[in-house]
Design a protein around this ligand. Structure first.
Ligand SMILES: [Zn+2]
Length: 91
């Protein structure tokens, strides 16, 4: 039975190459390097984007507050509904 685990190394290699492929694919989908360059000013409000944020997020286009607003708009409301119905059941 112990021999069955001999291929662990090979599986790990497969996982590593899959991750690398995914990263390469994500990068290629973002387009060329010019398109992944972070903006120094927010696309939405024109506020300066902190350099740390520009470096942390490749191709960042929004300042922190505009990004937060954007996240709220794109967030799925399903999670809120679930917790809301659970709360009403407990009452
Ligand atoms: Zn902004």
């Amino acid at each position: 039975m112990a021999g069955g685990w001999a291929k662990d190394g090979a599986i790990q290699d497969q996982i590593d190459s899959t991750v690398n492929d995914a990263v390469a694919l994500a990068r290629s989908r973002m387009g060329d390097e010019n398109n992944t360059k972070s903006l120094s000013e927010c696309e939405e409000c024109g506020d300066a984007i902190p350099l740390a944020r520009q470096e942390a997020i490749q191709g960042v286009r929004l300042c922190i507050s505009c990004q937060a607003d954007d996240d709220k708009r794109t967030a799925k409301p399903a999670g809120f509904n679930r917790s809301g119905s659970k709360g009403s059941q407990m009452r």
